[in-house]
Design a protein around this ligand. Structure first.
Ligand code: G6P
Length: 612
């Protein structure tokens, strides 16, 4: 996701900021910028669309921007395209304040309207620019007071770095649901959103907590609570190498990204649930549009296709519109039954998958309305779609997708409930209750991550297997496919998913003494059926790992038969996959690790497949 750095000291700030931004490049970004206060107390600003290398060039490696206090940013676009104008920092109308921001200001629309009415003009489409203008608007000579006033008025999640030309040498750092780490030095202080940008300069750090802000000068760092009361600094020593720090201290990006899932799912959902209602600001389909759709087709590749298969159950259940899920590589050549009464949902983490783009074009040419659910802002698919819902998962580096998949599920669930409400298929009470369930999903994902230790132990049983089978019914059958894919793509052990009732019509002969079987049983209505399938494979020697919701009545029988039982948070059946996938991801990870596989870059696979 985006990166922030701020430096104030006796040395030149620009080279330190540029180097810090380079250190954070691994996180992924699409534009960069920095602001440095000149010796004449003027705000100097440089921004580029594209790489930090462009910023080095533009500022003559920093030499063109003299000054000892400044901030920098790498941006991963959310509000507005990754253009130079939208890159951070954003400077207030009269150049007084510069702001770099990670996160989202949820109430930026009314705030912007207020400022427009007062005559403020805006250079960008971002939510962040509002903060710079608000600071200028309420500034009466006291930098800290202006920061406090603005913080009291904004809603959302943020990490900020804020400069004021009137107060050179001082930077404010603010944290709410977006990391900021203060680095303590001698004759300087700095801070960043990522410890990798600090470790070259200091290993004494303070991890800011949500709701705190800090006043950083060359010889002091003062920490304050939301209400302005001073707080003591809790200093930690960082011993991580830079390489380890890039992965957030985890050994692999895949683990880091799995652990980021609660926040990522929260980012996908919470800004779109306001006052008990789903509000899709970035969505252009009307009630009339929904009424004309007689079917929905979901198309995607790989894990995104499996997310589509799971999402189908939620959409059909809530909206009662038939949903057909098709592999993009097949759909494009299928001469599909698609016309103007079809809503095509295109799922893609990268937004650049060639087969998915081709299927989209084919269906669009036949009259379908296209909704894209995509992670990468301004990617090719977003340009072709009629409407886009971003998953806001943040950059995903590991080839095997994890947070990309769970955020796709989150947005599909959100869409299902939204569409059902628009279509009048949920009354106010049902709607309120489902919204509460959606709001609980990030916490459910967080709790599912607690299976990490169990899955690491279980991987011992899987690491020498020849074949592994994944079973499930309904949404669990879609989840079994994702579980099997994750497992085989990184561990290189053959894994196959079957709809539980179908194995006996197929390759049950491959189940023999000791064959590992993962049985996903999250649907309360289908517990008995799942149990008979478990008994069926156990009779042939399978070693069964069952995934069951915590406290589900009737699950004791499954626990009695299964060799291992993994408990996941109980959720409504059509939402269950988002938590139940987590132990399956962890099992794949730990098995691959025990086998010494290249986890983040499995052989022969690419993160984004832009060829047919
Ligand atoms: C590749 C990746 C998969 C991914 C698929 C679709 O095959 O290895 O992890 O699920 O592409 O990618 P997309 O970016 O369209 O979601």
């Amino acid at each position: 996701m985006c990166g922030i750095i701020g430096f104030t000291g006796l040395k030149q700030a620009s080279p330190i900021i540029l180097e810090g931004l380079s250190r954070m490049e691994y996180r992924g970004y699409d534009s960069a910028g920095m602001a440095v206060i000149s010796p004449q107390n003027r705000m100097q600003l440089a921004k580029v669309s594209g790489k930090v290398a462009g910023l080095y060039e533009k500022t003559d490696n920093g030499a063109a921007f003299p000054g000892v206090c400044g901030i920098g940013h790498t941006r991963w676009a959310t509000h507005g395209a990754p253009t130079e104008a939208n890159a951070h920092p954003h400077v207030s109308m009269h150049g007084q304040f510069a702001v770099a921001h990670n996160g989202i200001i949820e109430n930026f629309v009314p705030l912007k309207e207020e400022l427009l009415a007062k005559g403020y003009t805006f250079q960008s489409q971002t939510d962040t620019e509002v903060v710079a203008q608000m600071l200028e608007d309420c500034y009466e000579g006291d930098f800290q007071k202006a920061v406090e006033t603005v913080l009291s008025r904004i809603e959302g999640s943020y990490g900020f770095a804020i400069l004021c030309a009137d107060d050179p040498g001082t930077i404010f750092a603010v944290k709410k649901n977006s990391p900021i780490i203060l680095g303590l030095g001698e004759g300087f202080n700095l801070f960043a959103s990522d410890v990798t940008a600090l470790v070259e300069h200091t290993r004494e750090v303070v991890y800011m907590e949500d709701g705190q802000y800090a006043k950083v000068t060359p010889d002091s760092v003062e920490l304050f609570a939301e209400d302005g009361s001073p707080l003591p600094l809790k200093v930690s020593h960082v011993s991580l190498s830079v390489a380890a720090a890039e992965k957030g201290g985890y050994e692999h990006f895949m683990m880091k990204e799995m652990m980021e899932q609660p926040e990522a799912v929260g980012r996908a959902l919470s800004p779109r649930i306001k006052g008990g209602e789903i509000v899709l600001d970035d969505f252009r389909l009307t009630k009339e549009d929904f009424n004309k759709f007689t079917k929905i087709v979901i198309t995607a590749c790989g894990s995104a296709y499996y997310a589509g298969l799971a999402g189908k159950y939620a959409i059909e259940k809530f909206c009662r519109i038939p949903v057909d899920v098709q592999l993009a590589s097949e759909l494009r050549y299928a001469d599909p039954f698609i016309d103007e009464h079809c809503l095509l949902i295109v799922l893609s983490q990268s937004g650049e998958t060639l087969d998915t783009i081709a299927a989209l074009k084919e269906c669009k040419a036949r009259g379908a309305t296209v909704l894209a659910i995509v992670n990468v802002v301004e990617s090719a698919i977003t340009k072709l779609a009629d409407s886009v819902l971003y998953t806001w998962a943040g950059p995903e580096v590991a080839v095997a997708t994890t947070k990309g998949y769970t955020t796709q599920l989150a947005v599909l669930y959100l869409f299902a409930v939204y569409a059902a409400r628009v279509l009048g298929r949920l009354d106010a009470e049902q709607y309120a209750s489902v919204i509460r369930e959606l709001q609980a999903l990030p916490e459910a994902v967080r709790n599912a991550l607690k299976t990490d230790c169990d899955m690491s132990n279980l991987a011992q049983y899987f690491k020498d297997a020849q074949h592994v089978f994944y079973l499930g019914r309904n949404t669990d059958s879609a989840l079994a496919m994702e579980g099997a894919l994750k497992f085989k793509e990184i561990s290189y052990i053959h894994a196959e998913a079957y709809a539980s009732g179908e194995l006996k019509h197929g390759t049950i002969a491959l189940i023999e003494e000791g064959t590992p079987v993962v049985a996903v049983c999250t649907n309360p209505a289908l517990l008995e059926k799942s149990l008979s399938n478990i008994i069926e494979v156990k009779a042939r020697g399978a070693v069964v790992t069952a995934v069951v919701p915590e406290g589900l009545p009737g699950s004791e029988a499954i626990e009695g038969y299964a060799d291992h039982c993994i408990k996941v948070p109980a959720l409504r059946d059509v939402f269950a996959s988002i938590a139940a996938v987590v132990p399956l991801q962890l099992l794949a990870y730990h098995t691959a690790k025990l086998r010494g596989c290249s986890i983040d870059k499995p052989k022969n696979l690419a993160k984004s497949v832009t060829v047919e």
